[in-house]
Design a protein around this ligand. Structure first.
Ligand code: FMN
Length: 393
């Protein structure tokens, strides 16, 4: 269906609309990758290096099955929302993502650095996976997880790939500590060129608060984004024994996000994980590491029979999802794609993105002659020599 004012037909069109609507700083905070952006670009480009097997022309399945399950939740297509903090993208924030994903019949990850309380988000989409970083002492970690469990989170995601790389060659966007008068004046020129965005916020009673309510101490105020980031920076990174401890404490499925090596994937299995996501944080961590899709085949080969293997990074089309599934992923997570949808059209824009991917998955299954997402096999994709990365066997 061709794009209209209300509907966009590709994720790329959602990105263009997001760029037109968002102040430059907010747009760059979404689009950015670390340093030179090598990994960010490779995440997307690597999908183009993969080709589909030539299409079949007869005996094609009249209906295709896209439904599957992830971390114990039934989902209508093999795509879920990856956790991201959506500070300042849209006044509906993570609740808007919850609405869009619930309408699409799928699950969402909620970042502990999100701008809205887990209780409000879980009320809108009960298929909620709560995501943490290793931040603060173990008592703090437990009390935040407990709060999420009480709110109804169905699974825990622990994201382990973050090495505090800083510096982006095209310039890091200004993320203010809070929006006081001085900062507002400094940002005013950006707002003047994006009046629709400013009006949207003002109609909801004010500009973004830039706090992270899920990192609050029990009964305490929500810390600022940078306050919480500071706590995380000062926390020693976890050991595998810490992850095994976390596994014992959390009584539900556990996903370890950010695994790029088969040996780490095996350790995740040993630590009791239910799932891993093959991921490089969307190119926001150590720049120069390979695209996530390059690491998928070796990891799926190492642990795919034992735990669920997901992938995130660079997924922009239904065809990308099908390629990842053919190479061993159970489902994929998307980040920027739904953020652009949210910026472009609020909750309906999030749903639009999932519908675009659904259409692309269906069409690829039809061409490949596969009646279900569960029938995809590596032979459905042509992998060029030297494509895959299996370091860390
Ligand atoms: C603006 C932004 C914020 C993010 N915040 C988080 C986060 O809080 N926790 C997390 O585990 N990953 C976070 N990520 C990474 C995503 O969950 C996901 O790994 C990545 O976006 C996938 O790549 P893609 O954007 O190409 O789909 C963030 C990504 C972006 C772009």
């Amino acid at each position: 269906m061709a794009s209209t004012r209300e509907w966009f037909e590709t994720v790329e069109e959602a990105r263009r609309r997001a760029k037109r609507r968002l102040p430059r700083s907010v747009y760059l905070a979404l689009a950015a990758g670390s340093e030179k952006g090598v990994t960010l670009r490779d995440n997307v480009a690597a999908f183009s290096e993969l080709r589909f097997a030539p299409p079949r022309v007869a005996d094609l399945p009249a209906r295709r099955e896209l439904a599957t399950s992830v971390l114990g939740q039934e989902i209508s297509l093999p795509v879920i929302a990856s956790p991201t903090g959506v500070q300042a993208v849209h006044p509906d924030g993570e609740v808007g993502v919850a609405r869009g994903t619930a309408e699409a019949g799928t699950a969402m990850g909620l970042s502990s650095f999100a701008s809205m309380p887990v209780e409000d988000v879980a009320a809108v989409n009960p298929k909620l996976f709560y995501q943490i970083y290793w931040s603060g002492d173990k008592d703090k970690i437990l009390s935040r997880n407990e709060r999420a469990a009480v709110a109804g989170a169905k699974a825990l995601i622990v994201t382990l790939d973050w090495s505090f790389s800083n510096g982006r060659d095209w310039g890091s966007p200004l993320i203010p500590e809070k929006l006081d008068l001085r900062t507002l004046l400094r940002l005013a020129p950006e707002g003047v060129t994006r009046p629709a965005w400013v009006l949207d916020w003002l109609r909801r009673g004010g500009l973004p608060g830039l706090t992270v309510p899920n990192m609050a101490d029990p009964g305490g105020p929500a810390p600022t984004f940078f306050g919480a980031y500071g706590e995380w920076m000062q926390t020693a990174p976890p050991t595998w024994a810490d992850i095994a401890w976390l596994r014992e404490q959390w009584h539900g499925p556990l996903l370890i996000k950010g695994v790029m090596r088969p040996d780490d994937a095996r350790r995740a299995v040993d630590a009791g994980a239910t799932a891993v996501s093959v991921s490089n944080h969307g190119g926001n961590n150590l720049d120069g590491t390979p695209a996530a899709i390059r690491a998928l085949p070796a990891i799926a080969g190492a642990v795919g029979g034992q735990i669920e293997v997901l992938l995130d990074g660079g997924v922009r089309r239904g065809g990308d999802v099908v390629k990842a599934l053919a190479l061993g992923a159970r489902a994929v997570m998307i980040g920027r794609a739904y953020l652009w949808g949210l910026a472009a059209g609020g909750p309906a824009g999030v749903r639009n993105v999932f519908d675009v991917l659904r259409g692309g998955i269906d069409s690829a299954l039809l061409a490949l002659g596969r009646p279900s997402v569960h029938d995809l096999v590596p032979e459905d994709v042509i992998v060029p020599d030297g494509f895959a990365c299996d370091l860390g066997k």
